[in-house]
Design a binder for this molecule. Structure first.
Ligand SMILES: *[C@@H]1O[C@H](CO)[C@@H](O)[C@H](O)[C@H]1NC(C)=O
Ligand SMILES: [Ca+2]
Ligand SMILES: [Ca+2]
Length: 304
């Protein structure tokens, strides 16, 4: 499934971005590097370029600016949807951005669809609009749903929903193995994580990346169940960042959901059903369960 490949960028981006918030200017370059090289060969071609940071409402709180200046806004960064202004005491404050000041958009691919099923010109327009609704119930409920203009998304049928975790699990495993293979000098994975992936990588029974039937994926999960435990944990850890608390909010889930929904119509239903207690957060236990990981194999310590 081509669609899963598309995620490589998101994941790689996350993996790079997460541990080093202060090095944001380098981020783009490295992501580029990861996508265009061996990951493409091993996991497939990535048809779309996605900048993960765009969907992270909490990122960009503090970005570096070396230049000394009298402008207090130069070193003051605001979250998505806000811009810095100077108040009467010459102190920097973050205020909602006027959507009309968003950069000109280049076309359809920049449009995003909100959970209000309204199309926004770009994620900048979306977050600026969301900001103006801050404090209201409507604003609280509004999230970036997916990338691209709003469209009709076919309902996910019962027989389709069961295929979703099979493919995603397999894909997660392949992404990790690919990261490991090219991670000799850069630090996408820490030592403990490397050891875990090394075991998967060296396992001769491992199902190689490629197009596999649902039947084969299901059989492999049964036979090589242990190989899937860490990849499922790892993805959770990648997303659980703002804050790191063992729960995924809608915002934290967004880098994974947003690019996927237009192509995989079961995405929304899958993550909704994942939240079994309907508290709007996906706990690690809920996450593991919806990927078929047994309760006794859920281990918080696996996510470093
Ligand atoms: C959302 O908007 C699109 C395009 O305007 C429309 O085709 C679709 O049916 C809408 N979906 C829902 C759930 O209302
Ligand atoms: Ca969290
Ligand atoms: Ca929950």
């Amino acid at each position: 499934m081509r669609v899963w490949v598309f995620f490589v960028l998101c994941l790689a981006g996350k993996a790079l971005a997460a541990p080093q918030q202060e090095a944001l200017p380098e981020e783009e370059e490295v992501i580029e590097d990861v996508t265009t090289e061996s990951l493409q060969e091993t996991v497939g071609t990535n048809p779309v370029q996605v900048e993960v940071g765009e969907f992270d409402e909490t990122a960009n709180e503090e970005e570096e600016e070396e230049e000394p200046s009298d402008n207090p806004c130069l070193n003051h960064h605001c979250k998505h949807g806000k811009v810095c202004e100077v108040d009467e005491n010459n102190a920097p404050i973050c205020v909602c951005q006027d959507p009309s000041t968003c950069p000109e958009t280049m076309g359809e691919f920049e449009k995003v669809c909100g959970t209000d099923n309204k199309t926004y010109e770009s994620s900048c327009h979306f977050f600026a609009t969301k900001c103006t609704l801050e404090g209201t119930k409507k604003g609280h409920k509004l999230h970036l749903d997916y990338i691209g203009p709003c469209k009709y998304i076919a309902p996910c049928l019962d027989n389709e929903i069961s295929e979703f975790p099979l493919r995603m699990r397999d894909w997660l495993k392949n992404v990790l193995v690919s990261l490991f293979q090219r991670d000799q000098d850069n630090n996408l994975l820490n030592e403990k994580q490397k050891m875990r992936v090394k075991k998967i990588h060296e396992n001769e029974k491992r199902l190689e990346a490629g197009e596999h039937s649902v039947e084969l994926l299901a059989r492999d999960f049964e036979k090589n169940y242990k190989m899937y435990i860490f990849p499922v944990h790892w993805q959770f850890g990648q997303l659980d960042q703002h804050p790191i608390d063992g729960y995924l909010s809608h915002t934290e889930l967004s880098p994974l959901r947003a690019p996927l929904i237009p192509m995989e119509h079961c995405t929304t239903r899958f993550f909704e059903e994942c939240d079994t207690d309907s508290d709007n957060y996906i706990a690690l236990e809920e996450w593991a369960k919806c990927f078929g990981i047994k309760d006794e194999d859920v281990d918080k310590n696996m996510i470093v």
